[in-house]
Design a protein around this ligand. Structure first.
Ligand code: HMG
Ligand code: MG
Length: 298
């Protein structure tokens, strides 16, 4: 059956803004984060401690964390690829981190300058230290449904890589459709394969990009399989600069509309969220791709 409550893992400030051609000023990012928290979102993926040359849009991670007013009951996870990134995050007072792996060789090389096996050697000391420091650790897995260089990705390969992240000590595994090619039947098949491998849906999250307009249908398929953490970005911001043809994430507003219709709790004030996305769209100089934002601001 469907979950009673869903945790929305808001990735707009990170996955969204990392893909904008223009770098958003840190003051605007801080206001964005505060408005998202005020709208009721309880997990805000704030930024990444990655190499500033790889993602210049998030090169202000230290300044962002220094200026952040943390609200009670709100988590502010950040991405850390390696020990250097974790060290920077700890120095900035971060309590929630995510490592990000690839289910394919090609993307491990392009996104991490690593390899399908070698990436786990990079993450092992990160997860070990983060756990010892009492941090919550999420593991992302990219290219779970298809890869722009390798094509379709076998389900067994994805389950094997996902299990490795969990075995390293990640408390949650977010399954990424980086380029948005998944369809609902494929989502069901992958989640069934994880269940067969002994992975409970309560440790899984889904991370859909809406490139082919399938993100909501895929989300419903995941909810029906017991997944209760869903990644999305306010206004549908987002993408991934190292993956061809990746567009924005599932829009948080579109997700909220679906959850409301299903009677699933989420804690978000839709009007406040839409106003925030409309405000951010103005800052970026382009309309939000979210259908719900457009419908409610038109
Ligand atoms: P590398 O060049 O192999 O790094 O990059 P290295 O270890 O060889 O070090 C080279 C230099 O970088 C050294 O400096 C390091 O200190 C420095 P030098 O000695 O030459 O002066 N360095 C760093 N500096 C700051 N912060 C760091 C850091 N690490 C090394 N953390 C690396 C390897 C992993 C760093 C690089 O490939 C990288 O930063 N990649 C990040 C790419 C990225 O952020 N992609 C987007 C996020 S993933 C995503 O969006 C998908 C997701 O949404 C899910 C989905 O949709 O599927 C999560
Ligand atoms: Mg993504």
């Amino acid at each position: 059956g469907l979950p009673e409550r869903v945790t929305i893992w808001e990735v707009g400030p990170r996955d969204g803004l990392q893909n904008e051609a223009t770098t958003v000023p840190v003051e605007v990012k801080l206001e964005f984060l505060d408005r998202l928290a005020a709208a009721g979102l309880s997990v805000l993926e704030a930024t990444s401690f990655v190499h500033p040359k790889w993602v210049p849009q998030l090169a202000d991670a230290e300044r962002l964390l220094a200026g952040l007013t943390r609200r009670d009951g709100v988590r502010y996870p950040v991405l850390v690829p390696n020990q250097k990134g974790l060290g920077r995050a700890l120095a900035a007072g971060v309590r929630d981190v995510a490592v990000f792996a690839s289910a394919t060789e090609a993307f491990a090389r392009r996104n991490l300058n690593s390899g399908l096996d070698a990436q786990f050697d990079m993450f092992t000391p990160v997860v070990t230290r983060a756990t010892a420091e009492g941090l919550a650790v999420r593991g992302y897995l990219s290219m779970c449904f298809g890869d722009p260089w390798e094509g379709p990705v076998p389900v067994e390969q994805v389950v094997r890589a996902g299990r490795r992240l969990l075995d390293l000590g990640c408390g949650q595994l977010s399954l990424g459709d980086t380029i948005g090619v998944a369809t609902a039947g494929h989502v069901e098949a992958l989640l069934r394969a994880f269940a067969d491998a002994g992975v409970d849906p309560s440790v899984l999250a889904v991370h859909f990009h809406d490139t082919y307009g399938q993100a909501l249908a895929n989300t419903l398929a995941a909810l029906r399989r017991g997944v209760s953490t869903v990644d999305s970005s306010a206004g549908g911001l987002g993408g991934c600069p190292y993956a061809e043809s990746a567009t924005g994430n599932l829009a948080t507003e579109d997700l909220v509309w679906l959850l409301d219709g299903l009677g699933i709790e989420h804690g978000v004030d839709l009007d406040a969220l839409v106003a925030t996305s409309a405000w951010m769209a103005e800052r970026l100089g382009r309309p939000s791709p979210s259908r719900v934002v457009r419908a409610l601001t038109g």
